[in-house]
Write a protein that binds this ligand. Sequence first.
Ligand code: WAQ
Ligand code: MG
Length: 301
Amino acid sequence: MAQRTEAMANKMLHNLWSVRMRASKNISGKGQGTRPIGSLSQRLIEGRGQEMHISGAEGIYGPSDIDKVIKSYYQRAVEHSRGLPDEIVITVERLKQRPDIVSVLPVSTIKSGSPSEAHKTINGLLSDAGLSKKAIENGLKVVCGKKAMRGASMIKAESGIRAEPDRKRGVRVSMLGMDKGSEKAISMKLTKARINTTTVKEALTLASKVASCGGVIAELCISDDPDYTTGYVTSKRFGYIRIPRIKQKGSLSGGRVFFIKERADVKKIIEYLEKRPVIAKGLPEVGGAVSLNEVLSCTNS
Ligand code: WAQ
Ligand code: MG
């Protein structure tokens, strides 16, 4: 019996695939109507000139879903509000490791009427999570910067030093998905809260994997899509907190920051986030709007 269960589990594992997509636009090449930026040697070092990140996506899927997912990722890339890409790379890789199971974070919202109000909320939440002023300031610089990265920045909790080895690309969380049963149940809860969208579910899955990583204290995210103005802050302490009006509509800025323990093993964190297959599972609470004080008094009691 145990052998049969083991055999079945192995069979399932051999049928799981990581599908990921990245789309970019060449903004320094010929025919783009803009002059190349930097010297020729500089551009050669960078390999392929200046690339603008357009869109990315990733998930874990069974074989019956793969053709649908590839099509939807392609569609997402060519219809993206950041512009038409010049290149779309879709990778389909079979999992060689059984995924770890982690809990889906509880969801709530702290209303805000403007980016400056949102920044106050971000400051309040991240200080409560134990981050220094410098770390928060540097995190905000990344997510408010003009040039969105493909991945996330990693910032040390006390010194505020950026720890990701490649500052242009950042760390790209991959090998992640949501358990199908949980997704159905969570979708129902999100529908009641009128936020049942792929964007929210994908962000919640990513944030749940990131929060499950031992060396990570908190995450800050602002979408780089010009028309998506709700961002979030997460930590194991208070879960996934959505913050509306986190940026001005039309802005191409955005990004993600993983705030890590000052003396964390950076390589180990990156290995987990990029390579370790993880499935988020469970039925978290999906609450309505709360105030910053309510969140802070809960975490401090
Ligand atoms: N790993 C690391 N960083 C990533 C990843 C990833 N897999 N995907 C995106 N990023 C970074 C990258 O710097 C992007 O520029 C930035 O995050 C924003 O990515 O509940 O849509 O895909 O309503 O534009 C939040 C949803 C949506 C809030 C966030 O991000 C809600 C979103 P986007
Ligand atoms: Mg985006």
